[in-house]
Design a binder for this molecule. Structure first.
Ligand code: ADP
Ligand code: MG
Length: 310
């Protein structure tokens, strides 16, 4: 007999708790200013309908509405992350639905924008670079002016020429590219930013898996192509003529801009690209590359202090 009795007692106790809880929740819900307002805006709602939906109303009450209880999307406290509850009445019945909150909308927009920068082997600090952080001193004045002009022109379509930044090591050439790519996201312009030595390696590796044509097409068609540190890659006549040459040729014909950074001026790059044991043949071929670079970009020198810490 005992177990049954104690079970019964437990049940009664729980039931009592349930009753208590129910009464407490009902009171809380009906005293909530937003729920009060909702009910007063819908005078046709019956008490029965309200009682039937007490749990829904309670759910509405506890959730954050349009981010009033959350500081950002990541810290959303709602059951459905990034969704905000809405109460409405249809045919005198209460309905609860959820819509995307503005934090989630912003978050999704940001994610989408982040995708606009494709990069290969770029340090994080470069990907976070911002135009606002570039100090406008004398040594950078010209380069910054060119950058600003490009940005201004980008507002009404992608300009056909990029920039060729050259200068000593550590003056911020790569940083400029990162900052520009970040700015262009705002106009929905995507950038492909690649470190030249890795670019050569990447292309050579893709010879094995037949993805080479697909990759080349990608570089040909990116809105903005940024080649970081041209001249620092291992020299290969094949890469220079068949890969770089064909990408630049295509972009030149399609009037798509390319940005470069280099330790070499275009004149120096020309002799660098011609270095090999084939003599005159290379001079002509290097000259052809330089001509294409001039068609897709404008040469700008950058100097100043070395900003690297090491
Ligand atoms: P370069 O490509 O000319 O060799 P980097 O762009 O790599 O030089 O810049 C060298 C270092 O200085 C990097 O660590 C970079 O993040 C930093 N740097 C460059 N310009 C700025 C800037 N305007 N504000 C903050 N850091 C910068
Ligand atoms: Mg660099």
């Amino acid at each position: 007999m005992k177990p049954v009795q104690s079970e019964l007692k437990k049940w009664m106790q729980e039931n009592e708790n349930f009753q208590e809880n129910y009464t407490r929740i009902k009171k809380e819900v009906l005293h909530d200013p937003e729920i009060k307002e909702f009910i007063s805006l819908h005078p046709n709602l019956t008490q029965r309908e309200i009682d039937k939906n007490l749990i829904r109303l309670y759910e509405y009450k506890t959730q954050s509405k349009q981010c009033d209880k959350c500081s950002c999307f990541e810290k959303c406290v709602n059951m459905l992350q990034g969704y905000s509850p809405i109460l409405h009445v249809d045919h005198n019945e209460i309905h609860l639905s959820y819509e995307k909150c503005h934090s989630r909308t912003d978050y999704e927009k940001q994610k989408k924008q982040q995708k606009l920068i494709q990069s290969l082997y770029m340090p994080k600090e470069i990907l976070n670079a911002s135009i606002g952080d570039i100090e406008n001193d004398e040594t950078r004045f010209k380069a910054i002016r060119e950058l600003i002009t490009f940005i201004e022109e980008s507002k009404s379509g992608i300009p056909s020429k990029g920039l060729y930044f050259y200068g000593p090591f550590g003056v911020g050439k790569t940083y400029f590219l990162g900052a520009l790519a970040n700015k262009l996201k705002e106009f929905n312009i995507s950038s492909m930013l690649i470190y030249m030595p890795e670019f050569v390696r990447e292309i050579k590796n893709s010879l094995q898996d037949n993805s080479i044509n697909e990759k080349i097409d990608y570089f040909k068609n990116a809105d903005i192509l940024m080649l970081d540190d041209i001249g620092a890659e291992t020299q290969s006549a094949w890469f220079r003529d068949e890969i770089l040459g064909s990408i630049l040729q295509y972009r030149m014909m399609e009037q798509l801009p390319v940005f470069f950074t280099s330790n070499y001026s275009l004149e120096q790059l020309e002799s660098h690209l011609a270095k090999s044991n084939r003599g005159d043949v290379e001079i002509v071929k290097a000259g052809r590359i330089i001509e294409r670079i001039k068609q897709v970009s404008k040469e700008v020198s950058l100097s100043g202090e070395n900003r690297r810490e090491e």
